[in-house]
Design a protein around this ligand. Structure first.
Ligand SMILES: *Cc1c(COP(=O)(O)O)cnc(C)c1O
Length: 808
């Protein structure tokens, strides 16, 4: 626990920055003052820790990711510093302010799209908690992920101007700014020192770092997240300005600053745009320059660079760090190619996050050639040498070298660049890693099998259990003691209460309270009254065809038809809750949102239907909304087509909060079943190899329709239209064959999905005790999915680093 005189610190902060005294401090002012105090304490704590750590000369980890979805900071920091109760009491007694009101005020920095960015944020938390020193690097997007607003069910996007209310957790570090160079011409010259290479007439952009402290729970370490902001170097072209070209002088300014203006809003889909490439190079160049110069200043050599440095690239987005490091080593520190190459390939490791072809990055060669000419030359040389080595190995397959090439069809394959330039490649769940080895990375795996390994994703259970669900956390503290906060496997201690009716009743009561909290939120945002005794069946994640929100909607339609036909006699009331953002240009995804929204209105306007079911679409899915949703979940929908979801982490958050998963054999679901047992999971659907076989043989949707009267009626319902709106385009899509139809084969899993739901409802309504036991088993088995376990895996198996604690 951190100790300080918080009253004095807060009062000083209020007086210094806002000139207010404690009598007239408002919650927004207090939110800023308290947050500033905590930020300063964390900065000091980090400084102290890093100073001691530097003395050891041990290896350090740098984690590069284009997204960090950190969520709110104040509550997390107070919890981690173990001062939440103390501060709450102080605010009440001295200022008559409720700490919960301060939590509400803070903005959620939406610097990520979904799972990828949230994973990066969980890692910084878990690394700090376990006393691993780490720095994360990303971009300070002026606009994070858009705010979602449905207008008549159609998603529209509003800018997320999260920085306007003076977000207090970031501190500029002007002393560490640097220059990133684009464009220009490569100039080669033989001098007395040999060949020198420089860039003539580059466009120079200034990179300014902003630092955020990420605390760990009850530990010595504090992680650092460094976000780069782009600035025009000549804040103003005085020439243009004095010639009266005021507007042109301004616009060249904004061109530079466009680089960090906005986060690309696609999840699992690439854009291939020039601006996106610039963002990526901007991140890796500023980061690599900083890491190398810090190292050089400390050790006066780079010979030991890879002994002291691990650089991790999260997905291919920061792949250009590989040629950028080579450039710095060769052009600035005059290393030979061979020595520079050894340093880089002993430093960089890479995590793959998807096998979906539309998400695999391939940039047009000519964009890289013109915008990053020196980087382009280096990538060519990497490839030339790599292909030579593959041909020299002569593995008896002439086309192999072609398949492995970084260049093909005038594009640069970023995943291939990552594999060639890294010493380690990992997938994010067991099944995903096996698929990588068998399919898209097979050639690479055959050539260097030892490079490939798996580290299954995780979540920080302190945010997703202790902070999001204090009622459940308190119960656990009472039953098994608080050790599980640091040793998540201790959650298994809950299993001994599986037959304890008192504990089962307490769990049931806690779930009800959390359902009420979500129902109040829904009442406020959607003006819908929810039956809190109904099953809360939730699908919250990005809207994507492969995640199959549509399969869920098809079943809801089928239930509507049952109720209307009077065959719903035994049906237990069920509330379907969705939350999902779609990429702005993803028409099909927006159509699916509109379908769900329309179903919601249709059901709620009908007394007969709303007795049995309710459908809710919550706008603006974010970390803060997820923190309200997860504790209220009873059925967790994880229904992607097998083989398509790399891991999923939403599934883990629900499990940890006692939801039972209805899911396919995909991603981390496979390992959830292994942990909790198939009896405590509603498994359905094709396995990944069955999916592949079916697709190769030719998926014939009509055949499923003919064999399933239910599906037939669902299609008729879509064609007839709902509340006067036709959804024929969706039914056409579903009815298409393997050319042009539904690539995620909703029909193929429909019956199996339907039956799994029947089983779930039946247990819920006839044997609630058994349901609660299943729920308890899920909480008890969720310890494996803590990101504490995940980052330990990275540290032991990939980075080769050990925890460092301060001993006094
Ligand atoms: C956890 C999380 C995700 C990832 O959800 P999946 O179900 O794994 O796709 C996405 N967005 C937010 C805000 C999250 O908290």
């Amino acid at each position: 626990m951190i100790t300080a005189n918080f009253k004095d610190l807060i009062d000083a902060e209020l007086a210094r920055h806002w000139d207010v005294s404690m009598e007239n401090v408002t919650p927004p002012l207090m939110q800023r003052a308290l947050s500033s105090v905590i930020k300063d304490l964390l900065s000091q704590k980090r400084q102290h820790y890093m100073k001691k750590f530097q003395d050891t000369c041990e290896k350090q980890v740098y984690y590069l990711c284009m997204e960090f979805l950190v969520g709110k900071s104040l509550r997390n920091n107070l919890f981690n510093l173990e001062i939440e109760e103390q501060i709450s009491k102080l605010l009440h007694e001295e200022y008559q302010i409720d700490l919960a009101d301060l939590y509400e005020i803070e903005r959620d920095p939406g610097l990520g799209n979904g799972g990828l960015g949230r994973l990066a944020a969980c890692f910084l938390d878990s690394l700090a908690t376990q006393n691993y020193p780490v720095t994360g690097f990303s971009i300070k997007y002026e606009f994070g992920l858009f705010k979602q607003k449905l207008i008549d069910g159609w998603q529209t996007e509003l800018p997320d101007d999260w920085l306007t209310t003076s977000y207090v957790w970031l501190s500029p570090r002007f002393q560490d700014r640097c220059i990133v160079r684009f464009d220009g011409a490569v100039h080669e010259e033989w001098t007395s020192e040999g060949l020198t290479i420089r860039l003539d007439n580059p466009t120079e952009i200034e990179a300014v770092p902003y630092d955020m402290m990420i605390s760990g729970y009850s530990s010595d370490a504090v992680s650092l997240l460094r976000l780069w902001e782009a600035h025009s170097l000549n804040r103003f072209d005085m020439n243009l300005f004095s010639q009266g070209e005021y507007i042109r002088a301004m616009s060249e300014d904004s061109m530079a600053e466009a680089i960090t203006k906005v986060l690309y809003p696609s999840d699992n889909h690439v854009e291939g745009k020039e601006l996106r490439l610039k963002q990526q190079y901007f991140l890796v160049s500023s980061t690599a320059q900083g890491i190398v110069s810090t190292h050089y200043n400390r050790y006066k050599t780079l010979d030991n660079f890879s002994d002291k440095t691990a650089i991790h690239i999260n997905d291919t987005h920061p792949a250009l760090v590989i040629p950028e490091l080579l450039r710095i080593f060769m052009d600035e520190y005059r290393y030979s190619w061979d020595r520079a190459w050894d340093l880089v390939t002993q430093t960089v490791s890479y995590t793959n996050h998807t096998v979906l072809p539309e998400a695999l990055e391939r940039f047009q060669e000519n964009i890289i050639q013109s915008r990053l000419p020196r980087i382009y030359m280096i990538i060519q040389e990497i490839n030339r040498r790599f292909i030579d080595s593959i041909i020299a190995q002569d593995l008896g397959d002439a086309s192999r070298a072609n398949r492995m090439s970084i260049f093909s069809n005038n594009k640069i394959n970023m995943a291939n660049l990552c594999i060639v330039g890294s010493y380690s490649v990992n997938g994010v769940a067991g099944l995903h890693t096996e698929i990588l080895k068998k399919t898209i990375f097979k050639d690479f795996y055959d050539c260097s099998p030892k490079k490939f390994l798996n580290v299954t994703n995780g979540i920080t259970h302190r945010r997703w259990l202790n902070q999001a669900n204090p009622l459940l956390a308190n119960l656990l503290d009472d039953l098994i003691g608080p050790d599980y906060r640091i040793h998540s496997q201790e959650l298994s201690g809950l299993l001994q209460f599986k037959n304890d009716d008192g504990v089962l009743a307490a769990l049931d009561h806690i779930k009800l309270e959390n359902k009420k909290r979500l129902a109040e939120y829904i009442q406020k945002t959607n003006c819908i009254s929810i039956n809190v005794d109904s099953i809360f069946d939730i699908q919250a994640k990005r809207l994507h065809e492969y995640k199959r929100q549509l399969l869920n909607a098809l079943r809801i339609i089928s239930l509507i038809i049952d109720i209307q036909e009077g065959s719903a006699g035994e049906m237990f009331p069920e509330t379907f809750i969705f939350a999902a953002k779609a990429a702005p240009g993803y028409f099909r995804a927006k159509e699916i949102i509109q379908l769900i929204y329309t179903l919601s209105g249709y059901v709620n306007g009908d007394d007969q239907l709303s007795k049995y079911i309710n459908v809710v679409f919550l706008e603006n899915y974010s970390v803060s909304l997820a923190e309200i949703i997860m504790p209220a979940g009873e059925l967790s929908e994880q229904i992607s087509l097998a083989g398509k979801e790399a891991s999923g982490t939403g599934n883990m958050k629900f499990m940890l909060n006692g939801a039972i998963t209805i899911g396919t054999y995909d991603g981390a679901n496979v390992e959830m079943i292994r942990q909790v047992g198939e009896d405590n999971f509603f498994l359905f659907g094709l396995k990944d190899y069955e999916v592949e076989n079916l697709w190769c043989q030719g998926y014939n949707s009509i055949q499923y329709l003919q064999n399933c009267p239910r599906l037939h009626r669902v299609i008729d319902f879509l064609n007839t239209g709902i509340s006067g709106r036709s959804f024929e385009s969706i039914s056409k899509y579903l009815l298409g064959d393997s050319r042009g139809g539904d690539p995620y084969m909703c029909f193929a899993d429909f019956e199996s999905y339907f039956n799994a739901h029947e089983k779930a409802s039946s247990i819920y309504c006839t044997d609630k005790k058994k349901w609660n036991q299943m729920s308890l088993s899920n909480i008890a088995a969720a310890g494996y999915f803590s990101s504490d376990r995940t980052v330990k895996g990275y540290s032991d198996k990939i980075w080769n680093i050990k925890p460092f604690t301060l001993k006094d």
